[in-house]
Write a protein that binds this ligand. Structure first.
Ligand SMILES: [Zn+2]
Length: 80
């Protein structure tokens, strides 16, 4: 359980050697807290919690489609 509203974010580029790879445009749903910060629901990335998105405001094309994030985003359809 968490007392926090669901949020989404891009991955924390500073965590990687090459911050400018194009996949940094993908926005993930926040998942478990880990030592480095907050992991994405898909478990692939550490999120940049200085750049949080309200899930409903994340445009469909940049939503992470990996297993985990995909299901989490389904609860937050894009605002029209
Ligand atoms: Zn993801």
């Amino acid at each position: 359980m968490t007392d926090e509203a669901p949020w989404a974010a891009g991955r924390d580029a500073s965590w990687y050697d090459r911050p400018n790879v194009h996949s940094s445009k993908v926005v993930h749903m926040a998942g478990q807290r880990i030592r480095e910060g907050t992991a994405s629901q898909c478990g692939r990335s550490v999120l940049d919690d200085d750049m949080k998105w309200i899930p409903e405001q994340v445009p469909q094309p940049i939503r992470c489609r990996s297993n985990g994030c995909r299901q989490a985003f389904l609860a937050h359809p894009p605002a029209a």
